[in-house]
Design a protein around this ligand. Structure first.
Ligand SMILES: Cc1cc2nc3c(=O)[nH]c(=O)nc-3n(C[C@H](O)[C@H](O)[C@H](O)COP(=O)(O)OP(=O)(O)OC[C@H]3O[C@@H](n4cnc5c(N)ncnc54)[C@H](O)[C@@H]3O)c2cc1C
Length: 491
């Protein structure tokens, strides 16, 4: 009874739009809302104490982007750093400065973890409940439109397989998502378990001061070396206005990335050979490239790893890093025993074994009292959900920079809001009335982290507007210029 009375007394603030998350996409959303829907009030609810999301959370050595900043940067704010593949702190500064320069930071409510969103058709609004601060008191907001910018993985915990024998190990085990300044590896023997983007970033960086680093992988990934600095981008910036130089470089990189992706899907053998040749050239004729750098899948069946200026290959050549392709039998007192019988001794073991995917930042969604099971919904244009009114999510590309899609999504949401304003609509809900549409998984990657969780995510459909093309050029046509009312019911 007391609980209920407290609940009723709880003050409720109203905004036209609520954004969840103050990472790269949440700050982008704030910018687009201010620019395109200046009459709509908005607030950003952020669970953590700071701006930046991914780029504030991850603190491991060498943390950097693995796509170029001319496409990972916002469409509206040129990336002016000298490096195309940028370090985490520079990206964080870019996001923070964007928030500060546009006054977006004034609209952020930190320490607000959104737990629930309940849609009422009668009131045409969401009631959003968040836990505030360390006391986790429940606070309530209402809004007409909810824009999720909560990323795609669980901030609480990264993924670590259930390795046997960890209790016997005498050294330190650390997951990159939980890195702290006191992880001491200077002059020590390090094993990094993993072969993904995080592992290939960490390994050369730790090797700079560790006694030796071993990258232990179950199976190899495709690794592509690219120049950390883009000479064309830096040259253009010297002779052209910053915005024009940025736009040209952005398009150059969009086209190149799309070309590599399309060729990987259509001519996988050709791309395989090209990558193999690059690794061979970097590691020399005697290195066992086939064992350590020849994946069993086709290029872009999983996200490709990128190493700036071949830093990983250089550290292997210099003998500071070795790669072992094997399976872990068990942790031992001194390190790891492998299935082949070999043993690896280590003072520090880093489990670069991935993320746990999480949809909607773990928020529970209900519509008119009916809980929504996300896996039973269809994704609409890669941003909204069938049967769920006035809600969109900014989810980036898997085969290109995240922000390219998030920028388009936020602009589209603004267009949709303005269309509703103009026509006096309060509600919009995507509805699939086409029985010929079949359901497919949202992402078709074979990576473990995708396969582990994709069943809990919305599906995509076999046809427009339910199909995810993961194609920026096509999305520009559809989302920037296409109609906002296909398969959408307004009221
Ligand atoms: C190490 C690493 C490197 C990456 N490098 C690249 C790259 O080079 N290129 C690329 O395209 N992509 C990359 N990605 C993907 C990357 O996450 C995106 O590029 C981008 O930073 C995501 O931004 P976001 O704002 O959508 O999500 P996030 O950065 O994850 O931010 C989400 C925000 O939402 C908040 N939040 C979540 N749930 C709630 C809730 N329930 N209530 C309130 N707040 C909540 C979080 O606290 C966080 O601040 C990388 C990812 C990782 C982990």
């Amino acid at each position: 009874m007391i609980d209920r009375m407290a609940h009723e007394r709880m003050s409720t603030e109203h905004f036209d739009v609520l954004v969840v998350g103050a990472g790269l996409s949440g700050i982008g959303a704030g910018y687009h809302l201010q620019e395109k829907c200046p009459n709509r009030s908005y607030a950003i609810l952020e669970a953590r104490e700071s701006i930046g999301g991914t780029w504030d959370l991850f603190r491991y050595p060498g943390i950097r982007s693995d796509s170029d900043m001319y496409t990972l940067g916002y469409s509206f704010r040129p990336w002016t750093g000298a490096k195309a593949i940028a370090d985490g702190p520079s990206i964080l500064e870019y996001v923070r400065q964007t928030a500060k320069d546009s006054g977006i930071d004034r609209n952020i409510r930190f320490h607000h973890r959104v737990k629930r969103a309940q849609w009422s058709t009668a009131d045409s609004q969401w009631t959003v409940e968040a836990e505030r601060g360390p006391s986790q008191e429940t606070v309530r907001f209402t809004c007409n439109f909810l824009l999720m910018c909560s990323g795609y993985y669980d901030y609480a915990q990264g993924y670590t397989p259930d390795f046997p024998g960890t209790e016997h190990y005498q050294g330190r085990i650390v997951h990159p998502q939980k890195w702290t300044d006191d992880v001491d590896y200077v002059g020590k023997r390090v094993v990094v378990i993993g072969s993904g983007a995080t592992a290939v970033t960490l390994v050369p960086s730790m090797a700079a001061t560790a006694a030796h680093v071993t990258m232990l992988q179950r199976s190899p990934s495709y690794i592509l070396s690219l120049p950390a600095q883009d000479p064309i981008a830096n040259g253009l910036r010297r002779i052209l206005p910053s915005k024009l130089a940025y736009a040209i470089t952005r398009w150059k990189n969009v086209v190149l990335t799309m070309l590599v992706f399309q060729l990987s899907r259509r001519r996988p053998e050709w791309i395989k050979k090209l990558i193999h040749k690059g690794v061979r050239a970097a590691l020399g004729p005697d290195y066992d490239v086939d064992q350590h750098f020849k994946p069993r899948y086709n290029p872009w069946d999983q996200r490709m790893c990128l190493v700036p200026d071949g830093d990983l290959f250089r550290s292997i050549r210099e003998g500071r890093v070795s790669v072992v392709t094997d399976h872990i039998e068990t942790f031992t007192e001194k390190g790891l025993k492998l299935k082949s019988g070999a043993e690896l001794e280590a003072d520090v073991i880093v489990t670069a074994t991935g993320l746990n995917l999480l949809a909607m930042g773990g928020m529970q969604v209900s519509v008119d009292g009916r809980p929504i099971d996300l896996s039973k919904t269809l994704s609409y244009k890669g941003m909204m959900l069938s049967g769920v009114p006035n809600l969109a999510s900014a989810i980036g590309y898997t085969n290109a920079s995240w922000t390219l899609k998030c920028d388009l999504t936020c602009e589209y949401v603004c267009r949709l809001l303005n269309y509703m304003d103009k026509n006096g609509f309060q509600q919009c809900v995507p509805r699939n009335d086409d029985p010929s549409i079949t359901e497919l998984p949202l992402i078709d990657f074979s990576s473990g982290y995708v396969q582990r969780s994709i069943g809990k995510f919305p599906k995509q459909g076999s046809k427009r507007p339910w199909k995810l093309y993961q194609n920026y050029a096509l999305d520009i046509v559809t989302l920037k210029f296409g109609s906002v009312n296909d398969a959408m019911v307004f009221s």
